[in-house]
Design a protein around this ligand. Structure first.
Ligand SMILES: Nc1ncnc2c1ncn2[C@@H]1O[C@H](COP(=O)(O)OP(=O)(O)O)[C@@H](O)[C@H]1O
Ligand SMILES: [Mg+2]
Length: 248
């Protein structure tokens, strides 16, 4: 199973979803995280400031795969193919067939989670061409919803040309301000437009999500406030729902 986390907008929670999903899944499954974003936020979360030395994700975009795809093992259940800034700059705009080829050939993992950049381009579309499923996190605002329409159209195109089995896990509403009447309305209109494609669980806007990222720990670890406890519970619920849909 493989899941690409995509949205051409930044700041909607792709990286947040990717790293938590990977950590949650690695409690029971063998998980590989692939960071295809040059900004390398997922890579930083798992590896800190050390520059990646071994196999890096831009090598997935070459035919030979750099002589052999070798993820870096983080724990017994979790490995990573980190992002490299300079290499990913050179991968171009087209859909590359090679990430799909390399990632389908790889063995020893139950789940591959692919984080992607906040822009259309070769990394995003090649990730969609490679994955079995995709998840679209969005914010509850007008621009995000407009962006989502365009994104789903683009994905339909990639699906028909490169990956007919590609399935949508769903739309994850993130940074939900549940006290805002406006945002609650937006969530309702999202449900009206997309029905069951919207995950029934959402992530509220909570400071603990970003503070724990900076500490490089999952938000459910060592809750120090009610807000963090809630954020952790929500995040686990979201991850459980995503895995349930992926493996159904
Ligand atoms: N539900 C949330 N509540 C508070 N902060 C969040 C939430 N989701 C994401 N963030 C923060 O917003 C910033 C952008 O999120 P990120 O996951 O990196 O987005 P993307 O990968 O889509 O660009 C990060 O600092 C992250 O910690
Ligand atoms: Mg990101």
């Amino acid at each position: 199973m493989s899941i690409a986390i995509v949205n051409q907008k930044g700041g909607v929670g792709k990286t947040t979803a990717a790293l938590h999903l990977a950590l949650y899944a690695a409690e029971t499954l063998r998980v590989l995280v692939v960071d295809m974003d040059r900004q390398a936020n997922t890579t930083w979360f798992f590896l800190g400031d050390q520059a990646p030395t071994g196999f890096v994700s831009s090598q997935l975009f070459t035919e030979a795969g750099g002589g052999g795809v070798e993820p870096l093992q983080i724990t017994d259940k979790l490995s990573i193919i980190p992002a490299d800034r300079s290499g990913l700059l050179g991968i171009g705009e087209e859909v590359s067939p090679f990430p799909r080829r390399h990632l389908t050939a790889i063995t020893g993992f139950d789940l591959i989670v692919i984080d992607t950049p906040p822009a259309q381009g070769g990394a995003q579309s090649s990730a969609l061409a490679a994955a079995r499923c995709y998840l679209t996190p969005i914010g509850l605002d007008k621009q995000s919803e407009e962006g989502l329409k365009g994104l789903l159209l683009d994905i339909r195109h990639i699906r028909s040309r490169f990956n007919p089995r590609l399935a949508h896990i769903g739309i994850l509403a993130n940074r939900f301000n549940t006290r805002s009447v406006h945002q609650r309305k937006r969530f309702q209109s999202l449900l009206a437009d997309y029905g069951e494609r919207v995950l029934p669980v959402a992530l509220a806007e909570r400071a603990a999500v970003s503070t724990t990222y900076e500490q490089r720990i999952p938000v459910w670890q060592g809750a120090r406030s009610g807000g963090q406890w809630m954020a952790g519970r929500e995040m686990r619920e979201v991850c459980k729902t995503i895995l349930g849909r992926a493996f159904q």
